[in-house]
Design a protein around this ligand. Structure first.
Ligand code: ATP
Ligand code: MG
Length: 419
C-alpha cells in the first residue's frame, strides 16, 4: 500500500461533525459586525515578508521565530504566510486609498500561520476574526471596539471573560520609558535570560512580556510606563475608562500589558479566561496610530483587535453553549423505476419550497434505506414505491414523533413538512 500522507503538524482539518459550530460562530459574527457597521475586507493569505517585518517588528516572537517565510523560487520574491491580519488590512487600505473616502470600519477573518509548538489552543494554522477602525483618533472608537466585544461574548453564550486594559502612551513617552527600562535592566543583565539579553537594547519593552518565572521579580520592580506617560495619552486613557464605565463594561487595569507586536501605542487590551489553561488570551488589540505611516501611507490613527476562533469555540463549549447542527427535513427512500423518477421530482419540488432534503442514492432494500434515513437525523422519511408513484403520492413517516405515517400528495407534503 502507498504511504499515507498526513496533514501538516499543527494544521487541523475541520470535519463535518464540528463544521456546523464554525458556521454558527461565523454567522453570529456576521450579524454582530453588521450591528456595528463594520464592513468585510479580504486580503491574500500570502504577503511580502517585508510587510510583516516592518509592521510587527523585527525583534518580536512572530517575526523572529514564528513566521512561515520563504522564497518564491519562481521569481525570487521573499513571501510569508500571514501570521496576523492587521498588517495586510492596512496594506490594502493604503494600496486602494480607502481612507480618501473617510474613516473606515473594517473586519476580516480567516486562517493565520505561526510556527509555534502545537498544543491545545495553539496551532500553526489557526483562525482569527479581526476588526480594524482606521482614521479614528479618539477614545470613543477604542471604547466601541471593547463594547462590541462584550456584546459578541453575550451573543456566543460566553461568560466569565476578564478584560484587561492598559496604555503604552505616545511614541515619545515610550522612547523615554525605553531609556529608563534599558538603564534598569542593565543593572540585572546577569539575571536576564538569553532572549531578554538579546532584546535589552533593541526592544526592552518586550522583556516585560517574558513568561520566564525566574525573571518575574526583576520585571515586577521595573519602571512603569504610567510614570512616563505624556499628558494627552493619560487623558485618552482616562476617557476610555470613563466610557467603559458608562457602558457597564468591567475592566482591570494592567500596566504590564505589552502585546506581542511592536506597532501598538496608547490603548491596549486583552480578553482573558481562566478556562483554557495556559492559552488564556482569546482576544487582543489596541491602538496603532503610527502603523499606517510606517508602512508608507499618509499618517492616520487606527485601532483594532483580533480574536482566536479555536479558543472561542472551546470556550463556548465550556460555557455550556450547545449548538444544534442543521438537520435535513426529509430523507426520501424509493424503489422501482417509476418510483425513482418520482422521488427525484419530489426532492426538487420540496427544495423549491425551501426544504432540506436528502434523496437516497445507491439503491438497496427499503429496510436498509430506512436505516440511512434514521441515521441522517431527518424529521421525516418519505417513502416512494411504484404504488405511490403511480398515484402521484408519497408515504410520509415521522421519524422523531410517535405519529402515524400518512399517504399524501406533493402539496400536502410540503405543508406538512414545513409545519
Ligand atoms: P499568545 O499570548 O497566546 O501567544 P498572542 O499575543 O500571540 O497570543 P495575538 O497575536 O494577539 O496573540 O492574536 C490574537 C488572538 O489569536 C489570541 O488572543 C489568541 O486567541 C489567538 N491566537 C494567537 N496565536 C494562536 C495560535 N498559535 N493558535 C491558536 N490561536 C492563536
Ligand atoms: Mg503568541
Amino acid at each position: 500500500m502507498a504511504k499515507v500522507v498526513k496533514a501538516v503538524r499543527g494544521m487541523n482539518d475541520i470535519l463535518p461533525g464540528e463544521a456546523y459550530q464554525w458556521h454558527f460562530f461565523e454567522q453570529t459574527v456576521q450579524d454582530w459586525l453588521a450591528m456595528y457597521g463594520y464592513r468585510c475586507i479580504r486580503t491574500p493569505l500570502v504577503e511580502h515578508t517585508d510587510l510583516f517585518v516592518r509592521s510587527i517588528g523585527e525583534v518580536t516572537d512572530i517575526v523572529e521565530k514564528e513566521m512561515y517565510s520563504f522564497v518564491d523560487h519562481l521569481n525570487n520574491d521573499r513571501l510569508a504566510l500571514r501570521p496576523e491580519g492587521t498588517a495586510a488590512c492596512v496594506r490594502a487600505v493604503i494600496e486602494h486609498n480607502l481612507l480618501y473616502a473617510g474613516p473606515q470600519r473594517l473586519s476580516y477573518s480567516g486562517p493565520m500561520f505561526r510556527h509555534e509548538r502545537p498544543q491545545k489552543g495553539r496551532y500553526r494554522q489557526f483562525h482569527q476574526v479581526g476588526v480594524e477602525a482606521l482614521g479614528y483618533s479618539g477614545p470613543d472608537i477604542d471604547a466601541e471596539l471593547i463594547v462590541m466585544c462584550a456584546r459578541l461574548w453575550q451573543m456566543l453564550g460566553i461568560t466569565g471573560l476578564r478584560l484587561e486594559i492598559g496604555t503604552l502612551g505616545s511614541a515619545e513617552s515610550r522612547a523615554l520609558h525605553r531609556t529608563r527600562l534599558i538603564k534598569y535592566f542593565e543593572q540585572y543583565a546577569k539575571h536576564l535570560d538569553e532572549d531578554a539579553n538579546r532584546r535589552l537594547h533593541t526592544n526592552p519593552l518586550r522583556i516585560l512580556d517574558s513568561k520566564n518565572p525566574e525573571m518575574q521579580p526583576i520585571i515586577e520592580q521595573a519602571p512603569k510606563l504610567i510614570d512616563d506617560l505624556d499628558e494627552p495619552s493619560r487623558i485618552h486613557f482616562e476617557m476610555l475608562q470613563l466610557l467603559l464605565r458608562e457602558q457597564g463594561v468591567q475592566f482591570e487595569i494592567n500596566l504590564r500589558l505589552v502585546r506581542g507586536l511592536d506597532y501598538y501605542n496608547r490603548t491596549v487590551f486583552e480578553w482573558v479566561t481562566d478556562k483554557l489553561g495556559a492559552q488564556s488570551a482569546v482576544c487582543a488589540g489596541g491602538r496603532y496610530d503610527g502603523l499606517i505611516e510606517q508602512i508608507g501611507g499618509k499618517p492616520a490613527p487606527a485601532c483594532g483587535f483580533a480574536m482566536g476562533v479555536e479558543r472561542l469555540l472551546v470556550l463556548m463549549h465550556e460555557c455550556g453553549k450547545e449548538i444544534e447542527p442543521l438537520l435535513p427535513d426529509a430523507y426520501i427512500v424509493h424503489q422501482g423505476e417509476q418510483a425513482t423518477s418520482f422521488a427525484w421530482k419530489t426532492a426538487e419540488f420540496l427544495r423549491e419550497t425551501g426544504c432540506r432534503v436528502i434523496l437516497h442514492c445507491g439503491g438497496g432494500s427499503f429496510k436498509s434505506q430506512m436505516k440511512k434515513a434514521d441515521a441522517s437525523g431527518a424529521r421525516y422519511a418519505i417513502i416512494i414505491g411504484d404504488d405511490e408513484a403511480s398515484a402521484g403520492e408519497v408515504t410520509l413517516k415521522p421519524m422523531r414523533l410517535a405519529a402515524d405515517q400518512a399517504r399524501v400528495d406533493l402539496h400536502a407534503l410540503s405543508d406538512l413538512i414545513k409545519t
